[in-house]
Design a protein around this ligand. Structure first.
Ligand SMILES: Cc1cc2nc3c(=O)[nH]c(=O)nc-3n(C[C@H](O)[C@H](O)[C@H](O)COP(=O)(O)OP(=O)(O)OC[C@H]3O[C@@H](n4cnc5c(N)ncnc54)[C@H](O)[C@@H]3O)c2cc1C
Length: 443
């Protein structure tokens, strides 16, 4: 039997993060004699693939999140702590939660990633990223209030600035945001204003690479561009962002774009907490794990999901997507469970290697259109969109959420409306003064 370090007959597994990786580990781990402590700084598990719909007023926040406690209520051996982990001492097998220290027998690191501004953290203030519910609500608020301020403004240039929305990053999140914002302006807001015409709004998508959707085939990327263009999105590829400031963005080709809504969807990096581990990381801060997903020199510590840099059986880097995080969690749950049941800890090299099953990639581009790539098979248009809807409904956690989202989607499909456009705490934020002067006069 593996004796717990704290003398308890029940070994202690500490899991950091209740995203796709950490939550799946707790759900799949089947050895009830072990104690699991799951720590997350949020009280909810978030379905990040639908965050862009909250940002574009299609869904409300509770529809894509679920309290962690309620998901795990039938797991009596799992204790959920709403705390922020601040550091680790792997030699002493300890994690720090502020001034409290938790020891463990096994540690599962699943604290995911953060938005990366590629050495330009100052851009964050002017171009929010999309990673949390707070980010999504901030983007939604900013975009909806910009239309209100445009309606209140008498200055044509200011109106145009307010009605220009720029998305930086032509990956799946970037094209989903651009497509959904274009539809919001053209179809949803179209008849709600009298002094402005929301159909005149500009949505610009900027990508530094020569084409959008680098992980998809060229054919599907071209389909995505065609669809975005039809929605009125201006797609600019092969051009880097040079500067972002309040209300403007400058491209490397010298173009200056004025916009009250700039959204950053161009980069992710591992959470900076990985730097406190004292182990080898790649440039994005991901942990370079062994083939079994354990951390070198620490067979009792595993890193999974967006935090781990691991290569699949074809030597390709496993992408930072939710199915990969869930598959890694199941793999680690099996290893730890087997060791605890057998009472024998094994060397990392004697354990099975992780094998990634790539089930395909998809991205949606507004109503009734998507692109999907499953191995050599490629789909686009309505069929891909229907598959996208189905997959997201299946993986969304909680029956209530599935039902609510299905209802919202059906409502939006038939009415061209979006149900989540309420903004609170408006104050003077809809006058046509620039944000900087409002702040000064308030102060
Ligand atoms: C906008 C967006 C859209 C996406 N769309 C898709 C998609 O369509 N399909 C797809 O497959 N993937 C998509 N992804 C990627 C997918 O969401 C991630 O790959 C997946 O969430 C990774 O799971 P994870 O468990 O590693 O991390 P996460 O799911 O990010 O979970 C990390 C958890 O750790 C917690 N945490 C972080 N720091 C601490 C700390 N210090 N202390 C305690 N807790 C902490 C966080 O609160 C969070 O709950 C998308 C991601 C984003 C941001």
């Amino acid at each position: 039997m593996i004796q717990s370090r704290d003398g308890s007959p029940h070994p202690h597994i500490l899991v950091i993060g209740a995203g796709f990786g950490g939550l799946t580990f707790c759900q799949k781990f089947g050895y009830s004699e072990a104690r699991i402590t799951l720590v997350d700084r949020q009280n909810h598990h978030l379905f990040q693939p639908l965050l862009y719909q909250v940002a574009t007023a299609g869904l409300s926040a509770p529809e894509i999140a679920q309290p962690i406690r309620s998901i795990l209520r039938d797991k009596p051996n799992v204790t959920v702590l709403l705390r922020e982990v601040t550091g680790f001492n792997l030699e002493r097998r300890e994690a720090r939660l502020g001034d409290e220290v938790l020891s463990y027998d096994y540690l599962v690191l699943a604290f995911g990633g953060v938005t990366s501004y590629y050495n330009h953290p100052e851009w964050e203030a002017f171009a929010p990223g999309l990673k949390s519910l707070d980010d999504a609500l901030r983007i939604r608020r900013q975009a909806l209030l910009a239309f209100e301020r445009a309606e209140n403004s008498n200055d044509p240039a200011e109106r145009q600035r307010l009605m220009t929305l720029i998305v930086v990053g032509g990956g799946p999140t970037g094209i989903e945001l651009a497509g959904a914002f274009a539809e919001l302006a053209r179809y949803v807001l179209r008849r709600d204003f009298r002094r402005i015409d929301p159909r005149q709004a500009r949505v610009i998508l900027v990508e530094a690479a020569p084409r959008l959707l680098g992980q998809f085939s060229e054919r599907l990327a071209a389909k995505a561009v065609a669809r975005l263009t039809k929605l009125g999105v201006e797609v600019r590829t092969n051009v880097r962002v040079e500067t972002i400031g309040e209300g403007f963005l400058r491209l490397a080709d010298g173009t200056r774009l004025e916009s009250a809504n700039i959204i950053w969807a161009a980069g992710v990096a591992a959470h900076p907490l990985s730097r406190t581990l004292g182990v080898s990381l790649d440039r994005a801060g991901r942990v370079l794990v062994n083939p079994d997903l354990s951390v070198p020199q620490h067979p009792e510590v595993f890193a999974i999901g967006d935090l781990a840099l691991v290569r699949d059986q074809h030597s390709q880097v496993v992408p930072g997507v939710s199915p990969a995080a869930m598959q890694m969690a199941r793999h680690v749950a099996r290893i730890v469970e087997n060791e605890l049941r057998s009472g024998r800890a094994t060397a990392s090299s004697a354990r099975p290697a992780f094998h990634y099953w790539n089930k395909g990639t998809m991205a949606t581009i507004g109503r009734s259109a998507a692109v999907a790539q499953v191995g050599k098979l490629e789909f686009n248009g309505w069929l891909a969109w229907a598959a996208w809807l189905l997959v997201h409904l299946v993986f969304l956690v909680g029956f209530r959420n599935k039902a609510a989202v299905m209802l919202q989607w059906t409502y939006s499909y038939f009415t061209y409306q979006r149900g989540s456009r309420i903004v609170t705490g408006i104050g003077d934020s809809v006058t046509d003064q620039p944000a900087s002067s409002r702040t000064r006069s308030a102060a």
